[in-house]
Ligand binder design. Structure first.
Ligand code: FES
Length: 102
């Protein structure tokens, strides 16, 4: 299993906002929601559009291309046209650093 690695500092993410990062060539979107930071693959499962260009709505990330929504914790598709989940990653905050494990 891979290690947790720092991908950003907490202050880089707007409150209730999204922030794209990359780790080992994997595009990841960090989501700040209700004081927590969560990490998902930065690629909509509908047509591979970056979710980091979307927005947070009620604990879900919404893809701006066609409106699909995904649960931040599970990556489950919550609104059409997406039907497949997006991958989620373990994420933690240590001394103001956001760390993700692939
Ligand atoms: S590419 Fe995201 S909803 Fe179509």
């Amino acid at each position: 299993m891979s290690e947790f690695r720092t991908v950003a500092r907490l202050e880089e993410i707007p409150d209730n906002g999204l922030h794209p990062v990359e780790l080992d060539g994997v595009s990841i979107v960090l989501a700040s929601s209700e004081g927590e930071v969560l990490a998902l693959r930065d690629q909509c499962s509908h047509e591979e559009f970056p979710l980091s260009d979307g927005e947070l709505v009620n604990g879900q990330v919404e893809c701006i291309l066609h409106g699909a929504r995904f649960d931040l914790r599970t990556g489950a598709a919550k609104a059409l046209p997406a039907v497949r989940p997006v991958k989620t990653y373990e994420c933690r905050v240590v001394d103001g650093e956001i760390q993700v494990r692939l």
